[in-house]
Design a protein around this ligand. Structure first.
Ligand SMILES: *Cc1c(COP(=O)(O)O)cnc(C)c1O
Length: 466
């Protein structure tokens, strides 16, 4: 045993490194729900401590952990709390965090059954739970990926595979040069990750046939061009600004009958389908062929949790297929066949733990509560002079603007500087807007009231300056 090994065996045996990390983690949890929602200027400046040349020599483990705690932790964004409304950013359930904590020590590679029978088992179980939560066809399979960016890519790859197969073209072997033409149709407010996937898959972003949307960002069904069995139709459950849903019940069955492949980007919105009060929003989505959804947004699993679900197993696995002489295909589930990656951490552990903890009724309650908090926000902010809500708050998103783009920008800047809540900006119907995304189990009525007060405070500060 060399001295390096000796040192690390000692670290394993005496556990003090792990205790130190755990102590800091617990302190973080104690503070995260009260802390300023964005790092202070001081914390941001001190990040320069990390600017150093690649160290020549080994460090002490406890110094490494201490650096992370002392300078890393204050420069994090504590989105786990109830007043982070930026982008569409989920919190984490305590049980999900704890499961991840335990699984950290397991450090499983979930590529194949033989590499982690546990991960394989949990993936099979969660696949069947998801089918039942979302009422998807029996043939549906699921792949566990890093997020909806990746899940969209997988769904569209499956579509490409199937649509070209139907034209007697094997895209894996023959590529796209000289292939029969495949059309891609999407709403003109499709998420940027969908557009990216279209580019990556070689369809050509310029060839997308964009369909006009209504004032909520929903595809206007009557404007969808003629569909056929060479068409990929991309729909959306949850517009990233307004939270609106395409009208699946009007679109999907018809598109399916025309032979088109339907992919639904439901990164955060698909979970509406798991709530009694909200599931009318996703009605008809079961006629699609592939669905992309995140665990780490509305479901509040820890980060790095996306899911591709596909009713056409063969199309998905063929699109993502790989082989190697050392690969042992088992009779049990080998997760890598449903994802682009081979080695993957066992993110399924946190996803399973979150679903097991909540149960169907717990998911329903959590999602419904997020919706209610979004409605509360919209009601309270509209009651103030100078703020207007521009969208129908059908789910968890609220789009707010002030009397002019200039004022909206300034108010947004002040809200961010106050650090009592965090919201981002966007452009909606040609206007600068503030986006509020309620996406945390921890958001209470008080958090909403505090945040609305922060909006008012920001506005008042501007008036004083003017
Ligand atoms: C967030 C989001 C994505 C991308 O998902 P990631 O998990 O960030 O990769 C795609 N589509 C929509 C509608 C989203 O909100």
């Amino acid at each position: 045993m060399n001295t390096q090994q000796k040192k690390m065996f000692t670290e394993i045996q005496d556990k003090s490194l792990f205790e130190q990390a755990q102590k800091h983690a617990f302190q973080y949890l104690d503070e995260a729900f009260q802390r300023t929602i964005f790092p202070t200027e001081d914390a941001l400046e001190k990040l320069s401590i990390f600017d150093e040349d690649m160290p020549q020599n080994q460090s002490e483990g406890r110094e490494v952990i201490e650096l992370l705690h002392q300078y890393g932790s204050p420069a994090t964004v504590p989105a786990i709390g109830g007043r982070y409304f930026g982008f569409v950013t989920g919190s984490s359930l305590p049980t999900g965090l704890a499961a991840k904590h335990l699984a950290t020590y397991w450090d499983q590679n979930s590529a194949m059954y033989v590499m982690s029978p546990l991960a394989s088992k949990l993936e099979s179980v969660v696949e069947s739970w998801l089918k039942s939560i979302f009422h998807l066809p029996d043939t549906t399979v699921a792949g566990f990926v890093s997020g909806t960016s990746s899940a969209n890519l997988c769904g569209l790859a499956a579509a490409r595979n199937r649509l070209l197969r139907n034209q007697h073209w094997d895209v894996n072997s023959n590529g796209l040069f000289g292939a029969p033409n495949i059309r891609a149709v999407a709403g003109c407010q499709a998420h940027s990750t969908v557009i990216k996937a279209i580019g990556l898959l070689g369809f050509g972003q310029n060839s997308i046939e964009f369909v006009e949307v209504d004032d909520q960002g929903r595809i206007i069904p009557d404007l969808i061009p003629e569909l056929d069995n060479r068409t990929l139709l991309i729909l959306q459950a949850g517009n990233v600004n307004s939270g609106s849903f395409d009208d699946f019940s009007r679109i999907c069955e018809k598109a399916r009958n025309a032979g088109a492949w339907i992919h639904i980007d439901g990164a955060f919105g698909l979970w509406a389908g798991a709530a009694e009060q909200l599931k009318h929003l996703t009605q008809g989505m079961e006629f699609a062929h592939s669905w992309a959804v995140d665990g780490h947004k509305t479901l509040n699993t820890p980060y790095d949790c996306g899911i591709i679900m596909c009713a056409d197993r063969e199309a998905l696995t063929e699109a993502l297929h790989m082989t190697g002489s050392y690969i042992v295909v088992s009779k049990d589930r080998d997760g890598m066949f449903y994802t682009p990656e081979m080695s993957r951490r066992a993110r399924i552990v946190e996803l399973w733990a979150t679903l097991k903890y909540l149960g169907a009724s717990g998911i329903d309650q959590m999602i419904t509560t997020m919706h209610e908090r979004a409605v509360q926000f919209a009601d309270e902010i509209s009651a103030l002079d100078g703020f207007t809500v521009l969208n129908q708050v059908v789910f968890n998103q609220v789009v707010v603007c002030c009397d002019s783009d200039e004022i909206t920008n300034k108010v947004l800047e002040k809200i961010q500087a106050l650090r009592e809540c965090w919201v981002g900006g966007s452009v909606w119907q040609g206007r600068r807007v503030i986006r509020v995304s309620v996406c945390s189990w921890a958001t209470t009525s008080n958090d909403i009231a505090t945040s609305v007060r922060s909006f008012a405070k920001a506005q008042a500060m501007l008036e004083i300056i003017a």
